[in-house]
Write a new protein. Structure first.
Ligand SMILES: Nc1ncnc2c1ncn2[C@@H]1O[C@H](COP(=O)(O)OP(=O)(O)OP(=O)(O)O)[C@@H](O)[C@H]1O
Ligand SMILES: [Mg+2]
Lengths: 319, 238
């Protein structure tokens, strides 16, 4: 492989992982934007989504694509069931754990979110120990699980040195329309306008007749659904899941949200893509064991020059 | 009382252990402009927030058009036709002027929203000029007009205005008061909170003077304007 081929290859990998990180980062940033809560359980919600995805794969008996096909079309139900599940769980967590603390000091819901994170992780641990064939029955509940290869590894570019598989295509085919739909929703619909109003000035939002709790609920539903989509495509792309993965992936996504400017939707996408690409380049050109250091060094450096993130609102607003 | 649109009946409300409103009662009849005047911390904002359902009552009752509204949530109160121009304006800072106005009509489903937008931009031509500009970048006076416009966009039967002249140059305050007079002539009922008693009492039909959470004086605006206690405490005369 030539140097430029290596670069392109890492860019493909980085962008693919970055798009997945972006979906999760959006969940952090939307909830933060609207209730100023760092939802620490969000990464673990994503993990639960991957466990449900694998369970559904087992239940439907899905396997590798048939000869001549690049994908097992059974992934389509996954892309419906898992987002719905994650949306429902996220909404329920808000209803039960965060909403009662809406007027409490900031620290209280934050601690709840950390608690919810542990609950999810233990559900994941329990889930991984269920006697199901897809969970490699017989191995430890905590052991990483192989996620069935529902998408082919074949190189779509033939015998080129650069590999582009249907997996990468799937990542972009799922994430791009989601990002566009979310943008249109937030920018141009009545509900999107209400979400921005609640985020910016909740008292005034109530005074124009917005049911603030419902709108906050919608933010949790949307964030949860995006995490659910991320669960499915992450599992299809990386083919391994384990009950603690929510911490690592969640950390990347949270970092992405902060890097882009927490509260900013385009910021979360930009941050996610940057983190994905930086990780890939660091893995390739520095060393994998340094990658976490590199990511955080970039974050610190960026925040040094732009304290509210790359696309965060900077100027103090007139009240 | 016949014709009473809003009845606030010995309400008590507050924050933590403190009661900010202590047995306050007032009535606003249909078509009236009623003003509530009082010093800083008297409980005026707390009273309008209680009417809007943003601050919960500890006791007492609030009726709007005969119906108890103190048990309703804020959005349900807006739905019944009570809008508020809040203290400090509370414009949505990163929404455009147009979006701010559209949000005022959040609960409306009728087809006359555009017509009302046009009418408000006639009332405050500066808002038409500033349509695409972000709310947070307007000047204080422009934000006040936007806050009034936003509240009008829900087609209220009763408009609660909390110190619309606060922090605004006298000339612009006079202009805003002129627009309140026009709105009143169109039949809008207004409860106007003010510290500037002079401005408020010259516009209003009736007034209430609030001290430490309850009404200490009430009457026709002209009578209050002539009352020595009002002149001394709120008009800065000896
Ligand atoms: N959010 C709050 N938390 C605690 N106390 C409050 C809060 N808001 C108001 N108060 C207190 O309630 C009392 C009444 O306040 P309120 O804002 O209703 O007065 P006001 O008449 O509107 O005064 P101003 O003319 O300065 O706006 C004050 O003593 C104030 O300190
Ligand atoms: Mg006040």
């Amino acid at each position: 492989m030539t140097n430029s081929e290596v670069l392109v290859q890492q860019l493909i990998i980085g962008l693919s992982n970055g798009m997945i990180i972006a979906l999760i980062a959006l969940g952090y940033t939307m909830v933060y934007g609207i209730v100023e809560l760092i939802n620490f359980s969000h990464g673990d919600l994503f993990m639960l989504g991957t466990f449900l995805a694998l369970t559904v794969v087992g239940a439907l008996g899905l396997g590798e694509p048939l000869d001549g096909q690049v994908i097992t079309w059974g992934v389509i139900p996954l892309l419906i069931i898992v987002p719905v599940f994650c949306a429902a769980v996220n909404w329920t967590a808000d209803r039960l754990a965060y909403r009662p603390l809406r007027n409490a000091p900031r620290l209280a819901p934050l601690v709840s979110a950390i608690g919810v994170s542990f609950v999810y992780m233990n559900i994941g641990l329990f889930w991984g120990g269920l006697p199901m064939e897809v969970f490699n029955m017989g191995t430890a509940p905590a052991a990483p699980k192989d996620f069935t290869a529902l998408v082919s590894y074949d190189n779509l570019l033939g015998d080129s040195n650069i590999t582009l598989t249907a997996k990468e295509v799937l990542v972009f085919a799922v994430t791009t329309p989601l990002l566009m739909a979310l943008t249109v929703m937030v920018k141009y619909t009545r509900l999107g306008r209400a979400m921005r109003a609640v985020a910016q000035e909740p008292t005034a939002a109530r005074l124009v007749g917005i049911h603030v709790d419902s709108v906050i609920g919608v933010a949790f539903i949307l964030g949860g659904a995006l995490a659910g989509f991320a669960s499915v495509i992450y599992a299809l792309y990386n083919n391994t899941i384990y009950f603690q993965m929510g911490f690592r992936v969640g950390m990347d996504a949270f970092t992405a949200a902060v890097l882009g400017g927490i509260g900013s939707l385009p910021g979360a996408v930009l941050g996610g893509i940057l983190i994905g690409v930086i990780r890939a380049f660091s893995d390739q050109y520095i060393a994998t064991e340094w990658t976490n250091v590199v990511v955080f060094a970039v974050l610190i450096l960026a925040l040094f020059f732009r304290p509210s993130g790359l696309l965060g609102s900077t100027a103090a607003e007139k009240v | 009382m016949a014709g009473a649109l809003l009845e606030v009946d010995t309400i008590v409300a507050g924050y933590g252990p403190v009661d900010a409103v202590r047995g306050l009662s007032l009535t606003v009849n249909e078509g009236e402009v009623v003003t509530l005047i009082g010093a800083n911390g008297a409980g005026k904002t707390s009273t309008v927030n209680a009417i809007s359902g943003v601050l919960r009552l500890r006791s007492g009752a609030i009726r709007f058009a005969g119906e108890r509204i103190d048990t309703l949530q804020a959005h349900a109160i807006v739905e019944r036709g009570v809008a508020q121009v809040p203290e400090g304006r509370r414009i949505f800072p990163r929404l455009s002027v147009l979006e701010n106005l559209q949000l005022g009509a959040y609960l409306r489903k009728d087809r006359e929203i555009q017509k009302d937008l046009d009418w408000i931009m006639e009332l405050f031509p500066i808002l038409r000029e500033r349509r695409p500009q972000l709310g947070g970048t307007l000047s204080g006076g422009e934000q006040q007009m936007l806050a009034i416009g936003r509240a009008l966009m829900c087609r209220p039967k009763l408009l609660l205005m909390d110190e619309p002249s606060m922090g605004i140059a006298p000339l612009l305050a006079a202009k805003i008061y002129e627009s309140i007079r026009q709105l009143s002539e169109r039949g809008l009922t207004v409860l106007l909170i003010e510290q500037n008693a002079h401005l408020a009492l010259r516009l209003a039909n009736r007034g209430y003077v609030v001290e430490t959470g309850s009404v200490v004086l009430e009457g026709p605006a002209a009578t209050l304007l002539g009352d020595p206690r009002v002149r001394k405490a709120y008009l800065g005369e000896d």
